[in-house]
Design a protein around this ligand. Structure first.
Ligand SMILES: [Zn+2]
Length: 300
């Protein structure tokens, strides 16, 4: 058959089938979204040691287990409260909204549900603020919003924040948390955000403006493979899952046992991707110190 005809016979539209259950004993290759870990009851069970903790005590401890140091996933607003000087955050580009460019089944409903559940319009908040009195540009992703995946709006907000820092010469800090990587519901438009954010960071680097990237659990896929790992300094929270493809998928593909701790913060530090692992308790003071080292906020 001539090559031309082969292409002509392809269906014009792709039908997306509903997920089928894995065959008994078969291999399941789809990454299931993990149960979200928002402590909203009076008591919260630790995902690390299983201990039940009084949620108020957990909040006082920055959502780190007092017994085993497990770092709970936290939302964007909680993260901003923990990092910035009180009341200093001023949100930018808040009016950007995802459209449904591909007519992907159920996407508008999913977005709406994520907005209602999280109280956010998208999987990232960007803006300016002060950290120990030092002005900076800050972006914080929220893994609870469609697994913190990057669609057009996340990419656009990150890019505009970078350009804002470029204009104002503010240092940039982005806290990444995206288990979903590039958002599949926006197809290639999501993938394009990887190149767009990376190119903008290239311009920021040429202008000599500092970018600190903070990787938190989980940072995967297209988020990991673009702006999250392009920091001049890359900080990880302890015990985070950080990588491109999830360990389960890799293991099933190459059919080999992966080394212990594969894609953990420690693994990424030992293999040269990360520069430091910082306990949440120390995160604010560490970023402040790094900013002062680089002569922001009056210099060291
Ligand atoms: Zn614990």
């Amino acid at each position: 058959m001539p090559l031309k005809e082969l292409f002509n016979t392809k269906p014009k539209y792709v039908t997306i089938k509903p997920p089928t259950p894995a065959p008994p004993g078969g291999v399941e290759t789809v990454e299931r979204p993990e149960k979200k870990e928002i402590p909203d009851g009076l008591w919260t069970k630790c995902g690390g040691c299983g201990q039940t903790i009084y949620t108020k005590d957990l909040a006082k401890n920055l959502f780190v287990c007092p017994r085993c140091d497990h770092h709970f996933r936290i939302g964007a607003r909680e993260r901003i409260n923990q990092l910035l000087d009180e009341g200093s955050f001023s949100e930018l580009f808040a009016d950007l909204r995802s459209v449904d460019p591909l007519g992907f089944p159920d996407y508008p409903a999913k977005l709406k549900r994520a907005q209602q559940e999280s109280g956010l319009s998208e999987a990232i908040l960007v803006g300016t603020g002060k950290l120990e009195g030092i002005p900076l540009g800050l972006g914080v992703m929220d893994a609870n919003f469609m697994m913190g995946s990057m669609g057009s709006v996340v990419g656009e907000k990150v890019t505009r924040l970078i350009e804002y820092c470029l204009e104002t010469r503010l240092p940039l800090v982005i806290v990444a948390a995206g288990g979903g990587g590039a958002r599949m519901q926006e197809g290639v438009l999501s993938l394009m955000q990887m190149a767009k954010t990376s190119a903008a960071l290239g311009r920021l680097g040429l202008a000599g403006i500092l970018y600190i990237s903070v990787l938190t659990d989980p940072t995967m896929g297209g988020v990991f493979a673009s702006f999250a790992t392009l920091g001049d300094i890359i900080i990880c929270e302890p015990g985070a899952l950080l990588g491109f493809t999830g360990p389960r998928v890799i293991q099933q593909t190459i059919r080999q046992t992966l080394p212990p701790g594969f894609q953990s913060s420690k693994f990424q530090l030992e293999h040269g991707l990360a520069d430091m692992i910082v306990h949440r308790r120390e995160l604010r003071s560490t970023i402040a110190r790094l900013l002062r080292f680089h002569h922001y906020g009056g210099g060291a």
